[in-house]
Each structure stands twice: as structure tokens, then as C-alpha cells.
Design a protein around this ligand. Structure first.
Ligand code: ATP
Ligand code: MN
Length: 481
């Protein structure tokens, strides 16, 4: 029995031609030549490309095990690695022993059988077979890219001395408004416990009060920041917002670093190092998958990607350019002076729309931009108030081709300013006592940001829809599989 190797090892050039190896995977295509050879493209998901297997029809068991191979069949083969005669691959495997693991009785009914018209399966169709779509080029590539990016996230923070904190998924503080949260409850939905006034009695619920799925780990990670100095969260986050867009999921993964003794500038610097690190990692580790997406974008006929985007050169430019930094006030002036007519007019106090963000990063600066110091009225209560009393130390990182990719801020570390802000927004203190304790005991300036992991995947791969950036998308009306 020879060594079992992955196709990624074989194609990676680490195994010498002439070596006997065993590979396992799933058949993508089979072609039989008149000269008595069968060519099987075998994919094991370890890398983008499959390995070409060449089987001569005189091999023992050829008719039973090779002639029945169709797309999707699982197959194991032992053979000698040889230099390929054909185009499209450098090496191929000359089979000496074949073991079919499974055949498909009715190949026509295999949902991923090659379409006669050569067209792409529609994204909607593949979402209906989310259990089979990992076998497609697109979802194999997304999955490997996601992995490489997630590993890079952890590596980046680890190398920078951050600790990963697993903040809870169930929460009883409705930090960002209960309206967009999913309720977690064990009360009988048909016949819940009720108070004398007829309202639902959540004191009888599992946690003794209303509970929800978290929309952000930030408030929970801040206390760890004010003890371990540099921390981050990376975990599932939930939003019950009914936005059926190509940018929103009901369940997504969020990355939220939080740094003590840091101001907004340090925060922007961290965001810049972070994004560049992730993109550099995939440029060096996953060129196979990036090349696939790059070609799909250029070809322009794939419904999975944005047409005409050059994702590789976009990433290369991203990692090579120093980010621009601009004040919100300055950005507003630039936009007001722009020749371009915007759908939404701009003035101090408005939140920038994607059209404004993209104009700034694509037309004005032609590189990623950090917009800093937004009006306090449009930002969250925990953001640090600036001396002008009008703005807070908030920042958005804008990237060409997408607009906002990161949102963050320096946090309000002064107890009196923070509570005054909460009063102005009618936020009940008793819900936030534990959070306010962090400002009572050993408070220091600190800052952090949040970004949705799937938005990053969408950007890196040039995907058209965020539903294809996660294995099993959860969106309004759909949580199958
Ligand atoms: P948007 O305006 O796009 O809805 P937001 O202002 O609600 O975003 P934040 O509350 O700042 O977003 O959340 C932090 C990050 O989480 C965002 O920058 C984005 O990357 C990501 N994010 C927010 N909502 C979603 C969602 N529904 N699906 C996927 N990612 C999301
Ligand atoms: Mn939102």
C-alpha cells in the first residue's frame, strides 16, 4: 500500500515524478479515448484543481470500476505520478489500481451533473441544494478562502499579542435595540406564562428575563480589554433585521478587536495592518482560488461574482497603498464640491451613503480611506465625545469597490460623559451597571472596531451576494439545512 496523499500535495510539486501514490476524491468528469484510455478528473477539495487520472482499459476491473464513473462518484486510485502529455496540467496519475467507493445509479438525476447547455447553475438553485454545493468550483473556493482568512485573522491577532475572547451568544442586554434581535426562550409559545396584567411573564423564562442572540460582542469584550489590554472576538452574530439585501445575513461572523491605551489613530493603524495582513495571506496562500474568481469576474457570465472586477489587482493595490485618513468634516466638503450628482445630498450631520463612500475611496483618493470623527447624533452612545461637542471619535474604513468595510471608534472612557450621553438617549442605567463599572474602576482610553467576516470574504472573492460567502446562509424566510 502506497502513501495516501492529497491532490494539493501532488499538484504542489512536493512529490517526485515516478513516485507511487494513492489519491481519493470525487469524480468531476470522465472522458474515454478511442485509444483505450480513460481520463478522470478527480477532485478532493484540498485545492482548486483536480488531478488527471489516466486509466488504460486493460487494467484489472476497468469495465466495472471505471466505465461506471460519472460526476460525483467517489473514487480511490493508486498509481504512478508521471509528467503529463496533455495540456492543462504538469503531472497526472497513471493508474495501477482503482477502487470505486460509490457509483451513482442514476447519473442523470445527480443535481450537479454537467448541464447540457454549458451554463452555470443559478445561485438560487445551488442554495436549494446547499448540501451539495460544496462540490462545485465556486463553493470549494469560497470554503478554502474562508479558512485561509479565518486562520489569518487569528494569526494576525496572536502575533500582535491579542487574546481571543469568546463572548456569549445568548445575551440579556439589548445593547443595540431589541428590534433587530432574535428572542431566545423556552416559554411555551402557544401558552406562555403571563403576569396578572396579561403580558408575557419573562421572569418564568429560562434566564429569568428576556434573552436574545447577540448582535455584537463589543460590550462583553470591553471588560476583558480593560484587564488583558489587547483582545478580540471572532464568532457568530445575529441580526433579525428584515433586510433582504445582497449584503445582509441573519447569522454572520463578526471580528471585534478592542485595545486599551489606544486612541482613534491607533485604531485606524490597527485596522490598516489587519486588513493588509489578511489580504496578503490569501494572496500568498490561495492564489488558485483567487485566480478562479478573478477569471470569473473578468469573463462576466457568472452569476456568482461581480462583473468586470479585477479582484487580484484590487487586493494587490489594497496591500500596497497606505490608507488615506480624512476627517468627516473634510469628507463632507469634498463631496459637496464634487462634480458628480449624488442621489442623497450631503451636509454635516448626515450618514454617508455607499455612493459617497465609493466616490471618496475610488474617485477622490483611489485607495482605502479612513473617515474619522463623525457627528455624534448618528453614532452609538459608547463612542468618545470630541472636544467640539459635536463629533465623536468614530471611524469607518472605506475600500474601493465596496465602500464601508470596517466601523469602529475610540470608546467613551469618562464615566460622567458616558452617563450624560446615555441620559440624553434615554438609555436605562440599570441595564448597563456592569458596563459602567469598567469606567468606575481603572478606566483608560480604549478603542476598537468591528467587521463582518462574510463582507470581507465577499470583497476578497468579488462575490455578488453575501449568501454565497457562508456555508449555510440564514436570511429572512430561509434557514433550511
Ligand atoms: P449596515 O449598515 O451595512 O447594515 P451596520 O451599520 O448595521 O451595517 P454594524 O452594526 O456597525 O453594521 O456592524 C459591524 C459590522 O458587521 C459591519 O461593518 C458589517 O461588516 C457587519 N454586518 C452588519 N450587519 C450585517 C449583516 N446583517 N450581515 C453581515 N454582516 C453584517
Ligand atoms: Mn445594519
Amino acid at each position: 500500500m502506497t502513501d495516501v496523499v492529497s491532490i494539493s500535495q501532488v499538484l504542489g510539486g512536493t512529490i517526485a515524478v515516478g513516485t507511487m501514490v494513492t489519491v481519493r476524491g470525487w469524480v468531476r468528469t470522465r472522458r474515454d479515448s478511442k485509444a483505450g484510455l480513460s481520463f478522470v478528473n478527480l477532485n478532493d477539495g484540498s485545492c482548486f484543481d483536480g488531478l488527471q487520472i489516466v486509466v488504460v482499459n486493460t487494467l484489472e476491473g476497468y469495465e466495472q470500476s471505471v466505465l461506471s464513473l460519472s460526476a460525483g462518484c467517489a473514487f480511490e486510485v493508486e498509481g504512478e505520478l508521471v509528467t503529463s502529455q496533455g495540456k492543462g496540467q504538469s503531472v497526472e496519475l497513471r493508474a495501477t489500481r482503482v477502487v470505486p467507493h460509490s457509483t451513482i445509479a442514476d447519473p442523470e438525476r445527480y443535481p450537479l451533473a454537467k448541464r447540457g447547455d454549458g451554463k452555470h447553475f443559478t445561485p438560487e438553485f445551488l442554495r436549494e441544494i446547499a448540501h451539495l454545493r460544496p462540490r462545485t468550483n465556486t463553493f470549494g473556493a469560497v470554503t478554502r478562502l474562508r479558512h485561509a482568512m479565518a486562520m489569518a485573522v487569528h494569526r494576525f491577532f496572536h502575533e500582535e499579542g491579542f487574546y481571543w475572547v469568546n463572548t456569549p451568544i445568548v445575551t440579556t442586554s439589548d445593547a443595540e435595540g431589541a428590534g433587530q434581535m432574535f428572542r431566545v426562550s423556552t416559554l411555551d409559545a402557544m401558552n406562555p406564562a403571563r403576569s396578572p396584567d396579561g403580558s408575557v411573564d419573562f421572569s418564568k423564562d429560562f434566564f429569568g428575563k428576556p434573552a436574545h442572540l447577540t448582535v455584537s460582542g463589543q460590550l462583553n469584550v470591553e471588560p476583558f480589554c480593560l484587564a488583558l489590554s489587547k483582545v478580540y472576538t471572532f464568532g457568530p452574530t445575529f441580526r433579525a433585521e428584515n433586510s433582504n439585501t445582497a449584503r445582509h445575513l441573519a447569522e454572520f461572523w463578526m471580528i471585534e478587536p478592542e485595545v486599551a491605551f489606544a486612541d482613534l489613530r491607533a485604531n485606524a493603524d490597527l485596522a490598516e495592518r489587519f486588513l493588509k495582513y489578511i489580504f496578503r495571506a490569501i494572496l500568498s496562500e490561495r492564489m488558485d482560488d483567487l485566480r478562479f474568481f478573478d477569471q470569473e469576474c473578468k469573463k462576466g457570465d457568472s452569476p456568482y461574482v461581480q462583473k468586470g472586477v479585477e479582484i487580484i489587482s484590487r487586493l494587490e493595490q489594497f496591500v500596497a497603498s497606505p490608507f488615506e485618513r480624512v476627517d468627516y468634516r473634510e469628507a463632507v466638503k469634498i463631496l459637496q464640491g464634487a462634480k458628480k450628482k449624488f442621489e442623497f445630498p450631503v451636509s454635516f450631520g448626515v450618514d454617508l451613503q455607499t455612493e459617497h463612500e465609493r466616490y471618496l475611496t475610488e474617485q477622490v483618493f483611489n485607495r482605502p480611506v479612513v473617515v474619522m470623527n463623525y457627528p455624534k447624533a448618528i453614532k452609538a452612545f459608547y463612542m468618545r465625545q470630541n472636544d467640539d461637542n459635536e463629533t465623536v471619535a468614530a471611524m469607518d474604513v472605506l475600500a474601493p469597490g465596496i465602500g464601508e468595510i470596517i466601523g469602529g471608534s475610540q470608546r467613551e472612557e469618562r464615566l460622567d460623559v458616558l452617563t450624560a450621553r446615555m441620559d440624553a438617549l434615554s438609555l436605562p442605567h440599570h441595564e448597563y451597571e456592569w458596563y459602567l463599572d469598567t469606567r468606575r474602576y481603572g478606566s483608560v482610553p480604549h478603542a476598537g472596531f468591528g467587521l463582518g467576516f462574510e463582507r470581507l470574504v465577499v470583497y476578497a472573492a468579488g462575490l455578488a451576494n453575501i449568501r454565497d460567502a457562508i456555508p449555510y446562509p440564514r436570511v429572512p424566510g430561509s434557514a433550511r439545512f
